[in-house]
Design a protein around this ligand. Structure first.
Ligand code: ADP
Ligand code: MG
Length: 698
């Protein structure tokens, strides 16, 4: 080892020439503070500008460089005004399409001019198109290639251009070459050897600047040994950080919750059904956890309708009977209200007060509730994120139940856990999700949690028949709704909208409801969406439950939890816009009673091939796990875990799907490191997870 091992992880970015305080600040936003951080800011992908692709060989998807002569340029006035430039290279034709352009730009694009372009290729109405490509005029005799090697494309932030990244990484690479120690190799030597891993510095240099003869396809697909080596290290680091979080959690003390048998029996006696074997098994696992001194951290997975709520209620009884309070948190007000109703129905006959807190509980009511809670008179508190606001103080919080955890960030969950820490005790945590995550993925994503699976549905459910129908047959479907309602059934009509704006979604649902009411004279059409007040929502849902509303038009707010057994028909408009698991959840709203249920996926043609395939999966399967696995293949883990928005599962170079084969090895390696080389855990985690570890350390 040299005199200054790991030097690059301590040198601040400002040692690189041209990086002043302003750039440093910008970099800090990406968590880049040291030279090592710059080196680990790896290209997201590569562009192949090394060769010009003949137009006859182009296909849609992916980026390409092309060159050809302008045949003609025209302005089209359609839905959106656009400039179309027809290009020909003798082997085929391509259209360049611009939505934003100036008159000068248009005038410069004269027939006969040769252009070299780079951009994403996609199918257009007439032929392949490049939308807003980079382009520049070239002479006939110009050198054929743009670049000698693949061009790295870096993940970036506002104010940082790709050229700046190339410049910055160039300087860091030069420093790496000149440093005596290079990058510190934290993976133990025996592991490196056994798994035949490329030296770290070599892999890093290679990926920033792949040589001209690099196997391009392999690189583009992330299969190169240099990528695989780093992906492996990243997966190991990720494992280690989760294990650390887990160890830390275990080192705390939780309340021993060993009461409750008689209350549980009393509830069981009041239920109109008995627990399934799977429910009972999972409940036993939970109850065993809660009598330990170590706080429980358990994830319960169970498909839609598998009966997670009653299991949670049983667990809550054990906590309450032991003298502790329970907080039950759900991601939406609607779902939280549903839980409130179930819990009140089940627990109040047993003299356990159930409180309610959401963002809309205000003023005196809120004050009163907080007092009851603080005094310990509230046994179970049900609600939304509002449960972990600063001024919400529990008397003795012993169990936190979180439903549909993937909608909450890890740190939100941690904030709730802190609520119990006042007494020096950490509450037990139970997390419930209907997102069926394949086991290897779950073990990677949730290595900090124990896992229980309710793998059985209550008896007597009739499977939902699903059909995929074009919206050209919308009228027929409306007739079908009429017929079903005439027979005393009820239906959901779900509106989806791409727009992020909730206001727009609600507007769209309102329009649909008005239109359907017009069409379905004599039937009662109701409407529920995110903009209604809780009272309004409650009223509509009650009316639907009571059968006074025949057709309920809704946004995806009804995705989780809503339970109306007489509803046996669901129409989902534009299902192609949603993830498969989300659709599966929605569909779980029907098929809850004994009559045969139907789900109509009313898509808007034309459907792409992937979309067609995805909807077919849903049509052909009702098994949440099968659907999730397909979703994983077709859309990637971020979507399936629902963490895309929260960014919790973002890897720099690893890809859970692509690197599946490494997941087990990485877990094994993490075990060995923890056992034999605990001193490298922290530096590895720091190198790969940086800021994220701050959450894990809470
Ligand atoms: P999810 O797992 O999707 O949250 P719920 O807890 O909402 O499912 O349960 C769905 C429905 O099934 C509810 O009406 C619930 O009362 C009912 N249920 C739960 N467990 C059983 C069981 N063992 N037998 C029959 N019905 C059950
Ligand atoms: Mg539920």
């Amino acid at each position: 080892m040299t005199a200054s091992p790991d030097e690059l992880s301590r040198l601040p970015v400002t040692v690189l020439k041209g990086v002043g305080p302003k750039s440093a600040e910008r970099l800090a936003r990406l968590d880049i503070e040291t030279v090592q951080d710059v080196l680990f800011h790896l290209p997201l992908r590569y562009q192949d500008r090394t060769r010009i692709v003949p137009m006859g060989q182009l296909h849609s998807g992916g980026e390409a460089a092309i060159e050809g002569e302008i045949e003609h340029a025209e302005i089209r006035f359609g839905r959106r005004r656009s400039l179309l430039v027809h290009l020909n290279d003798g082997s085929g034709r391509v259209i360049l399409r611009f939505f934003h352009f100036s008159a000068a730009q248009k005038n410069a694009l004269k027939p006969g001019l040769r252009l070299r372009c780079f951009g994403e290729v996609r199918n257009g109405p007439a032929c392949l198109e490049l939308v807003h490509p980079e382009y520049r005029p070239v002479a006939e005799d110009e050198a054929p290639a743009e670049a000698a090697s693949l061009t790295p494309v870096y993940p970036t932030t506002e104010g940082m251009h790709q050229l700046s990244w190339r410049d910055l990484t160039e300087k860091a690479l030069a420093m790496l070459r000149n440093s005596s120690a290079g990058l510190q190799e934290w993976l133990p030597a025996d592991l490196l050897e056994e798994y035949r891993l490329m030296p770290l510095s070599e892999a890093i240099s290679y990926l920033h600047r792949p040589p001209p003869d690099a196997p391009q396809l392999q690189l583009l697909e992330g299969q190169h040994p240099a990528q695989q080596r780093l992906a492996f290290e990243e997966l190991v680091a990720h494992q280690l950080s989760l294990r650390q979080a887990r160890q830390l959690h275990r080192s705390h003390q939780g309340p021993v919750l060993d009461g409750g048998k008689s209350l549980q029996e009393a509830l069981a006696a009041n239920l109109p059904f008995s627990l399934t074997t799977a429910q009972q098994r999972v409940l036993d696992e939970i109850c065993t956890d809660m009598v330990q001194r170590q706080p429980m951290l358990r994830l319960v997975q169970g498909d839609v309708g598998s009966g997670k709520t009653v299991v949670a209620a049983m667990a809550a009884l054990q906590a309450v009977a032991s003298g502790y309070q329970v907080a039950l948190m759900a991601p939406t007000e609607l779902l939280a209200e549903q839980h409130l109703k179930s819990f009140r129905q089940w627990l109040e006959p047993l003299q356990i007060p159930v409180g309610w807190l959401s963002g809309s509980v205000k003023g005196k009511a809120r004050q009163l509730l907080l007092e009851e809670l603080h005094a310990g008179r509230t046994g179970v508190l049900v609600g939304t994120q509002a449960l972990f606001q600063e001024d919400v103080q529990y008397h003795s919080l012993g169990l936190v139940i979180v439903d549909e955890q993937h909608r909450f960030g890890v740190h939100q969950r941690l904030a709730l856990r802190e609520k119990g820490a006042g007494s020096g005790l950490y509450p037990h945590q139970l997390i419930m999700t209907a997102t069926p995550i394949p086991r290897s993925l779950a073990m990677t994503a949730y290595a900090d949690l124990d896992l229980s699976v309710i793998d059985e549905l209550p008896p007597g459910r009739t499977p939902v028949t699903t059909v995929v129908v074009s919206d050209q047959r919308r009228d027929q479907i409306i007739e079908r709704v009429r017929a079903a309602c005439a027979q005393g059934r009820q239906a959901y009509w779900v509106c989806t909208l791409i727009e992020e704006s909730e206001a727009l979604q609600c507007q769209a649902a309102e329009d649909v409801a008005a239109e359907l009411q017009e069409e379905l004279q004599g039937l009662q059409v109701g409407l529920v969406h995110g903009r209604l007040s809780p009272q309004e929502k409650e009223q509509v849902m009650q009316a639907f439950k009571a059968g006074e509303i025949h057709l309920l038009v809704a946004t995806t707010v009804i995705e989780v939890g809503v339970d109306v057994p007489n509803a046996s028909l669901m129409i989902i408009e534009n299902p192609e816009r949603l993830g498969l698991s989300q659709l599966h959840q929605l569909r779980g709203r029907v098929g809850r009673g004994t009559v045969e249920s139907h789900c109509v996926l009313l898509y808007h043609p034309p459907l792409g091939e992937t979309a067609r395939e995805r909807l077919a999966v849903l049509r052909d399967s009702s098994d949440g796990f099968v659907i999730a696995r397909k979703d994983l293949e077709l859309r990637g883990p971020g979507e399936v875990l629902g963490v895309r928005q929260t960014g919790e599962m973002q890897f720099r170079i690893a890809d859970i799907l692509r690197d599946q084969a490494m997941l087990d090895l990485a877990r094994e390696a993490a075990d060995r490191i923890l056992a034999r080389h605990p001193e490298v855990v922290q530096p590895l985690v720091q190198r790969w997870l940086g800021r994220n570890t701050r959450y894990a350390r809470v």
